[in-house]
Design a protein around this ligand. Structure first.
Ligand SMILES: C[S@@+](CC[C@H](N)C(=O)[O-])C[C@H]1O[C@@H](n2cnc3c(N)ncnc32)[C@H](O)[C@@H]1O
Length: 239
């Protein structure tokens, strides 16, 4: 593995984006969700809209994670020069039942892309499909589905990945975003990186990553995780 993963000192997302380098291809935004862990803010839609706009100024692709009813508000405020490429759904049926009523089983992820930005559905082809595509024998490249069915990392599920972060995403829901929008050595920015899942995914896929979070605690967890990956002793990376 040769990818470089850089972890910045703890900082607010807007500062990180304002000081970003000029060669970011893809930015992944996975903020707290305005309910539960992370609390509630009245101005959430405007706050997130400003973050999306700042991410769009520095990257070709922006992914915005959240519960569907929360990210839906961003669909009406897509930055100029960008379009909604896809509304992705992460479906997990193993959410522990903690409340009376509907049990949450999905997250949404908006894929916003700049006009003319490149995508790489060919990165999802198997070797024989790739051979046919490269020899010009395949008219259409079948991309991956917009619904990612991946279990939540809870209990014994995803044990090797778990870091203790309360909203850690599985590697399997971050890797498709990176594969679809970047090629090897491209730079991926995650300014609210939590446990560093984007960094671990970039290491596996040989992409560069720049990671930050406002909380020192999660920067430390991210650095330890990335160090384990580099040393080849992270069990989720060696499985
Ligand atoms: C949903 S979690 C990200 C989880 C991450 N994708 C993972 O897989 O571990 C949201 C993260 O955003 C961070 N955060 C919240 N507000 C922030 C802000 N204003 N600036 C930077 N980071 C922030 C939190 O500390 C938290 O770790």
């Amino acid at each position: 593995m040769t990818a470089s993963i850089k972890t910045l000192p703890a900082s607010d997302v807007l500062d990180t984006l304002a000081n970003a380098p000029d060669d970011v291809t893809t930015t992944i935004l996975d903020p707290w969700y305005n309910k539960g862990v992370g609390g509630y803010r009245e101005d959430y839609n405007d706050w997130l809209g400003d973050i999306v706009a700042a991410a769009a100024r520095i990257s070709q692709h922006v992914f915005v994670w959240g519960f569907p009813e929360i990210v839906a508000h961003q669909v009406t405020r897509i930055p100029a020069g960008f379009k909604l490429s896809a509304w992705l759904t992460w479906y997990y049926k193993n959410c522990p039942s903690v409340i009376r009523g509907w049990r949450s089983a999905q997250n949404a992820c908006l894929h916003l892309s700049a006009d003319g930005a490149k995508i790489y559905p060919e990165h999802f082809l198997n070797p024989s499909q790739l051979e046919r595509w490269e020899s010009g024998k395949m008219r259409f490249v079948p991309g991956p589905p917009t619904v990612l069915e991946v279990p939540l990392n809870v209990g014994f599920v995803g044990k090797d990945e778990q870091t203790g972060h309360p909203a850690q995403k599985p590697l399997s829901v971050i890797k498709p975003l990176i594969l679809m929008t970047t090629k090897e050595n491209d730079l991926v920015m995650d300014p609210m990186c939590g446990s560093g899942t984007t960094g671990a995914a970039c290491l596996q896929l040989n992409r560069r990553a720049m990671l930050c979070d406002s909380a020192e605690q999660w920067i430390d967890v991210t650095q330890q995780r990335i160090r384990r990956c580099y040393l080849g002793i992270d069990r989720a990376m060696t499985a």
